[in-house]
Write a protein of this length. Structure first.
Length: 163
């Protein structure tokens, strides 16, 4: 297992943030239905797997999000995190002008700048499934931290919570 990329971003959240990686699902409908019918209090994924809602403990403050992309599943680390959830998502291939696929991050209500996207390889030219393990904690510093760990999933993986 090796790390393909790692990046950190800091941004203002109201009560959470949204991520989009592909598909043609209705974003507004997903926002209205987010967390209805899921056991996870941390992340919800749309039925098509291209939209994600992430809840935060922090309200109206900055959080720090680090994303690491791996070529295979890394070990699961529960410590020092307060919560850990695993899901499978769908990532669209890059557009004709792009070299890599990406997961866009939207925080609100109206950020001064959108957080930098998370770039992923998608060499097949078709939508690809990726596992996403999200970790969350509020350390003594008071700034909520999230760690997003991504690695390729089999093409037939369900877009649902893994554990």
């Amino acid at each position: 297992m090796s790390v393909i990329s790692s990046s950190t971003r800091r941004f203002l959240v109201e009560t959470g943030y949204w991520m989009a990686s592909g598909g043609d699902e209705d974003f507004d409908r997903f926002v209205g239905d987010a967390f209805a019918g899921t056991d996870s209090a941390l992340i919800d994924v749309s039925k098509g797997g291209g939209l994600m809602a992430v809840a935060t403990s922090t309200q109206w403050s900055d959080i720090e999000v680090t994303a690491t992309v791996h070529d295979s599943e890394p070990p699961r680390e529960a410590e020092p995190w307060d919560a850990v959830s695993d899901v499978t998502i769908v990532v669209d291939p890059p557009g004709p002008e792009d070299d890599e696929s990406c997961i866009g991050i939207m925080a609100g209500p109206v950020p001064e700048e959108e957080p930098d996207p998370i770039f992923l390889p998608c060499p097949s030219g078709r939508p690809a499934r990726w596992h996403l393990r999200i970790h969350a904690r509020v350390p003594d510093s008071g700034t909520e931290e999230h760690l997003l760990v991504l690695w390729p999933a089999p093409a037939n993986a369900d877009t649902a919570a893994l554990r």
